[in-house]
Design a protein around this ligand. Sequence first.
Ligand code: GLU
Length: 409
Amino acid sequence: MGEEGAYGRFCATVDAASAAAGVTDQSLLERIKRPERVHEVTIPLVRDDGSRELLTGYRVQHSSARGPYKGGIRYHPNVSLDEVKALAGWMSIKTAVVNIPMGGGKGGITVDPHLLSPQELEALTRAYTERIWRVIGPLVDIPAPDVNTDARIMDWVADEFGRQSGLADPAVVTGKTVEHGGSLGRDKATARGGFDVLEAALNAAHEDLRGKRVAIQGFGNAGANAALLLNEAGALIVAASDSTASLVAPAGLPVEELIAYKARGAHFCDWTTFERKRLEGQIEAENAERVSARWIVELANGPTTPDADAVLARRGVHVLPDILANAGGVVVSYFEWVQDLHSERWLLEEVEARLAVVMRRAYDAVTTLAAEKGISMRLAAYAVALQRIATAIGEGEKTPRRSVSTMIL
Ligand code: GLU
């Protein structure tokens, strides 16, 4: 486990926040850092031409101290055990920051899904689900979308889980299509939660979104929806990049056109080319010196290295950290799960209003601790989470098993 890997960075940040959290017992800290369980699976895939391939997938169940494991499944050529372990850890921290009664987990398959036909994508998803169905479930571990996975893929996971287990239950996975038990507002939830946090932070700084110039790094679900929301609020989107290219337009990009363009399966590289970057750790010590933004909203997971954090702090850049800023997705996933368990359907306005309340509470808890301890928002967010996880572990030791709970909103 090298410090340079994503899981190493996760552990380093937990360590850095431990004093502010008052969690100094090293064995407890070690327990909080390490995943409870790691599943590595081999997935047989039959391609459309009849050829066979073996792919590798993972499901890391990091912490169940505060509730069932919760977290997405990503399909990407760079997926590795190290990365999935870090992502699962970040989910445990994230669910604790926003204080929903869930733990953290993550899954992934090492594959480039853009090279698969729709039939192959479905076959792969079903084969992966066949490998992991025994270890997931509505009260155990609830997957969701992540990089390169979407509502249609979650429907396949739910369906395959039902076939394998004989227990069809939509609550086994979140981020499904609305027709199959998904929640209204889940598709835009990550962006909206980040928007809520940014609004609160700008208000506190007596700044306005109107007229702000925004660069969107990553134009998937979170980035594209954030561009829409920010545009609507009067900000100007002057740059956007996907995994293939970056577009720059000082007078503002046509956001809706870009979204329609990407929805047709096209990439920005068909317009212009630019360097291709990995997913995590995009802001590192060297390029952090050149970031000219005054605010960074981390809608991706783990985009900034600890070294870069130090540079950004020295340069006075405000960083709204991933585990808070992108938590809107899992919050509405949690709402979806509650609706499925209770056979309820909430209105979109209800979902958005409840999301705003949860995000606002989390923002307040984090900024209060940051001010009290004189630490960054990131360390404060980790510290808030660590306190909650440590308390849950302590309680779990007193009473052997808690029943699954839902919070009163
Ligand atoms: N993949 C998203 C995340 O990283 C959502 C996870 C979920 O909804 O469970 O937060």
